[in-house]
Design a protein around this ligand. Sequence first.
Ligand code: A3P
Length: 326
Amino acid sequence: DLDNILSLSISPEVPIRYMNYHGMFVPDSYQLIADSIENFQIRDDDVWVCSFPKAGTTWTQEMVWNIGNNFDPNMAKTPLPIKFPFVEFTGTTTTGWISLNKADSIFPDHMSKSVEYAANLPSPRFLKTHLPFNLLPRQLRTREKKSKMIYVARNPKDVCISYYHHYKLLEGYCSTFENFSKLFLGDKVYYAPFWDHVISYWDNKENNDILFLTYEGMKKDLSSVIKQTAAFLNKSPMSPEQLCRLKEHLSFDSMKKNPAANYENAAESINASKIFGENFKAEGVFIRKGEYGQWKSFMSPELIERFDEWTKLKLENHRDLFDKMI
Ligand code: A3P
């Protein structure tokens, strides 16, 4: 069963305890920062990038930050975690947390550091979160300020493949893709359930000034997405040369080489061996393949069918979202 797969698939040195926090699957240490997230003070000129992990968050952040800052290749060299912090990150694993009992002893001063850092950044702030809409800071959910949100979504089959590689790199995962896909479909990966996450933003986009982007849309026509995002951020249109330079800066090959965005040393910097034990070997890279439709060659026909049925069921009442994403 799923709990069994979960406990056997993460390095046994760290018995992670999970919880369901208002419907979101997370390690129990989320409790330590939940209040500071809920009460996080929003500013009118904040720009947020929100997503389910592996939807193309990093790519979107790099695009949004450069549009917001009138693309200057020199300024762009500031590393993403500094110019665009991940608000609920606690300095332990990439997706944020290890279990409560371990977090305190391994990283006593890391908990809630990122929330504090983000809270103290000068305006205009650029902030990243993976939280579903209903768990965003209260002032952001209730539109107390005029801040803007950009949500990026990606086909769940490619998200699942990318998340599997991410888990092997940074979350202590040591089992098969087959088992990982069961955890994904069974809502036992961080920030699950997937479709509820996407729907939470989709349903709120009109009332909340949310620009809804897709990874596939960015792959197919990045110029249009850049123009759309610039208009959304009330920026004047770029010159064709500037647009061309920004597109080159955001290309997969440039991002893969860009130390400010490629999280090349992420596994070392989170001290993966300290968290998951000396036997855990981080496998892979963060900016990995950058394609859509990988599932066609990566997944078995049976698994594709399981995903399709699951999607059909979850999007029964969201035909418009189905048409946009599938
Ligand atoms: P793959 O693992 O499928 O390659 P996130 O930033 O949300 O964690 O998403 C990571 C995914 O975005 C990875 O997908 C990564 O390769 C992809 N990605 C990052 N930069 C990209 C770019 N410039 N172009 C296309 N894909 C990119």
